[in-house]
Design a protein around this ligand. Sequence first.
Ligand code: GLN
Length: 306
Amino acid sequence: MQAIIDEIAQKMAASPDKGKVASYIPQLARVDPNQFAISVALPNGETYSAGCAQTSFSIQSISKVFTLTLALGKLGEHIWTRVGREPSGDPFNSIVQLEHEHGKPRNPFINAGAIAIADTIIQSSQSEEALAEIVQFMRFLADDDSIAIDYKVARSEVETGNRNASLAYFMASFGHFNNPVDAVLRTYFHHCSIAMTTQQLAKAGLFLANDGINPATGYAIVTPQRAKRINALMLTCGHYDGSGEFAFRVGLPGKSGVGGGILAIAPGKASIAVWSPGLDVIGNSKLGTEALELFANKTGWSVFGS
Ligand code: GLN
């Protein structure tokens, strides 16, 4: 495993085209694109890393996997009255389907869907409590109390978040929200701004590769059926309008973020986190995808066969 990921890290370092860092969130535009990290966490407790696996980055939309998990724990199947389970085929911040579909987002991973999920996590309008719960959940999963929100990134998102605000107010106009739009947006922007290393992220995702059980602690985070379903949503919706391409090239459930991270799950085998800040035109990590494609080819771990 170490030899495989060392070779991948070397190849990525030599790659001439590293993609473009996200510029619509000014704080993310400042990140050096010449960074790459990969970590692989196995159910037996071993973790392998290559590149800058100790550098924290903004997990952005990868946080949506964990807020979905929390919301499922709180509301169970009821959350499917708030969001759908179909790929959108549209960009992550698209508003077009919302009007036709009466304010119900296609899935929990596009921005509108994750904003609706944030609303379900908040109780009694307190975004602080919801955020504390989300951060605590990440710390518990990764077994690492140093995980925290990057408040500079959060402020940057709040200041430039007109599109997300539009999505939220539009959904609220259908009467779907339980909480004030401000509190929901605040929760959403801040959970996207959680900073983690690939090593922490790979560990946090391991329950999804292990039938819902965190092997480090033995705790059942979700049922095996729920783990399977979250993985299915990651495969079909985790890369927005690039989900088909990611399935074609990598063949693993995966969730990307505009910070350049991707969490990929090889069910029964491993949780893999990669990070490279440069993105492709859709907003998914360019080298992160290439690295996972190489990884899946070398290990034969694609869910579609080796
Ligand atoms: N916080 C980002 C946004 O709302 C998340 C987008 C992403 O990672 N694709 O635009």
